[in-house]
Ligand binder design. Structure first.
Ligand code: SAM
Length: 277
């Protein structure tokens, strides 16, 4: 009696754990985001377990039926079309309902497009912020990008081919042009491509070749540059101290030496660290 949250391949059908296959073979039923989509994966691994649909439009009602089945002693797995359920995919509401009912939820880790892109991007930065899909409407999208501008972490976006040009154009227009853009498309698939460039070059790169605009995308934008609003001398002191001391101690000393508020220096220090300065 448990709900198993099972990650499935992003493209390469071999990217699934043995534990995931064993679990999918042995459960009483599999809740699929799209039963037709998952048919190929299940057939490939000789998994012949009843499936039912659990997607964003029926998640609330279906979760209740799923809980009744768990209460009757069944073991049920949940999969999405690709990657990890509940990450820019349905699943979170079901998990919340099952946990609220006091029933066990067991995660089986595996592929995720954001982590896969980060692992091969070579951005040496300690933090990342998973944003996922930006709003489809231009105004809301631009507002959200603006709100993320000073975040001292690599920004991770998901994007579909029909919006990739608009999104990259907005990122290039609204964020610092010298930040690094990594485009990771078709990960684990035949036409996988992972390229880095200054953010300012993103729109031209997409325009250069129609293949660059095809497939599924993860976009990474390196962390916000350290704030330069502070006097140069304060930045110099902070940088020197950060090279020698833990962040908190460096900020405390820099605040004493420069007379600038600790909070302000703390944000700048986070930005410097994120940039690897
Ligand atoms: N749950 C999935 C995960 O764990 O990554 C994400 C599902 S979300 C509906 C689909 C989006 O994930 C795509 O639009 C794309 O941005 C990204 N994605 C999924 N597979 C990908 C792949 N093979 N290469 C690049 N991006 C991918």
């Amino acid at each position: 009696m448990a709900l198993y949250v099972v990650a499935t391949p992003l493209g390469n059908i071999a990217d699934i754990s043995q534990r995931a296959i064993d679990t999918l073979r042995s459960v009483d039923a599999i809740a699929c985001e799209d039963t037709r989509h998952s048919r190929r994966l299940l057939a490939h691994y000789d998994i012949h377990v009843p499936t039912f649909a659990l997607h964003e439009h029926n998640e609330a009602a279906t979760a209740q039926k799923l809980i009744e089945r768990l209460r009757s002693g069944q073991r049920i797995a949940m999969i999405s079309d690709a990657g990890t359920p509940a990450i820019s995919d349905p699943g979170a509401r079901t998990v919340a309902a099952v946990r609220a009912a006091g029933l066990p939820v067991i995660p089986l880790p595996g592929p995720n497009a954001a982590i896969t892109a980060l692992s091969a991007a070579g951005l040496d930065q300690p933090h990342f912020l998973f944003v996922g899909f930006l709003p489809a409407k231009a105004g809301a999208r631009q507002q959200q990008i603006g709100a993320l501008k000073t975040t001292p972490a690599t920004l991770v976006f998901y994007e579909a081919p029909h919006r990739i040009e608009e999104t990259v154009a907005d990122l290039a227009a609204l964020l610092e042009p010298q930040r690094t853009l990594v485009v990771a498309r078709e990960l684990t698939k035949l036409f996988e491509q992972i390229v880095s460039m200054p953010l300012a070059d993103g729109p031209a790169w997409l325009a250069a070749d129609s293949n660059h605009r095809r497939g599924e995308f993860v976009l990474l934008v390196s962390a916000a540059p350290a704030s330069t609003d502070l006097p140069a001398e304060a930045l110099r002191i902070l940088r020197l101290l950060l090279a020698e001391l833990p962040l908190k101690q460096a900020v405390k000393l820099a605040a004493e030496i420069s007379g600038i508020a600790k909070n302000t220096l703390y944000q700048t220090a986070l930005g410097m660290k994120a940039q690897g300065l």
